[in-house]
Design a protein around this ligand. Structure first.
Ligand SMILES: *[C@@H]1O[C@H](CO)[C@@H](O)[C@H](O)[C@H]1NC(C)=O
Length: 242
């Protein structure tokens, strides 16, 4: 065997033995939070929103169809959620060595329960309440941003909704019968404005709905967010990494 091959094999394997959350650990934990949010609280929140949206549309398309109008928000969420979540957890908060002010590594570090904020599974376990808050805060900020009128996704949703409302209006027939009379055009314009406003009000509550679904106290409280915690399962999972 060539020495150089053996040597690069060692280079590749050595970092894995370092006790830090890297590589698969980072990807695994990031995805674990994303999956739990997406399949749990976010699903409920979007169902609620789709229900309300259907209710405020004059043609009442039903929640299932209303959900399809929200697709641009879901697509953008999926494309941005991973990077946002990974950065928010690592390295924005959990990173570095687990040394105290004297350069010592306290008991429990790097694993399984390390009282220094650092980049190891044991530290994530010890500061789980904050980790839970980071995951919530990140999710809330992203859905809020995408559900606000300034975002491209929001503009596409608005267009979907207006198209649906307009294609269901007897506007073409009305215009043929009554001609391009001002009252009708104004009426159609007013309806579009109303729907726009209603959509804005429905989506404005997305962060409130998420916080409520998570059990409240999404303000950094140690005991907040009981329903978006998954504490036992997540701690077990976190400690499967070296
Ligand atoms: C919450 O998330 C946003 C968006 O990523 C970030 O700018 C903000 O600093 C976070 N707040 C806390 C307290 O972590």
């Amino acid at each position: 065997m060539h020495f150089s091959i053996l040597f690069s094999f060692l280079l590749l394997t050595v970092p894995v033995t370092v006790n830090a959350c890297e590589g698969e650990c980072i990807v695994g934990i990031t995805n674990a939070f994303l999956d739990r949010y997406e399949n749990g609280p976010l699903k409920t929140v979007w169902k609620n929103i789709a229900n309300q949206l259907s209710g405020v549309m004059p043609n009442n398309p039903g929640p299932f169809t209303a959900m399809t109008y929200l697709q641009p928000i879901f697509d953008t969420y999926r494309s941005r959620a991973y990077d946002g979540m990974e950065t928010a957890i690592f390295p924005s908060y959990f990173h570095g060595k687990c040394l105290d002010e004297n350069g010592q590594e306290p008991d429990g570090c790097p694993n399984p329960d390390c009282s220094i904020v650092c980049g190891t599974p044991g530290s994530l376990v010890h500061f789980y309440p904050h980790l839970r808050y980071i995951a919530f805060n990140q999710t809330r900020h992203l859905v809020k941003e995408l559900s606000s009128p300034g975002s491209d996704a929001y503009q596409q949703v608005e267009q979907n909704v207006l198209n649906a409302v307009q294609s269901n209006q007897p506007s073409a027939r009305m215009l043929r019968i009554y001609g391009r009379s001002m009252p009708i055009l104004l009426e159609l314009q007013k309806r579009a404005d109303d729907v726009r406003e209603q959509l804005k009000m429905v989506l404005e509550r997305v962060d409130f709905l998420l916080e409520t679904k998570c059990g409240g106290s999404g303000n950094g409280d140690t005991h907040g967010l009981p329903d978006c915690s998954w504490e036992d399962a997540m701690k077990q999972y976190i400690l499967t990494f070296p």
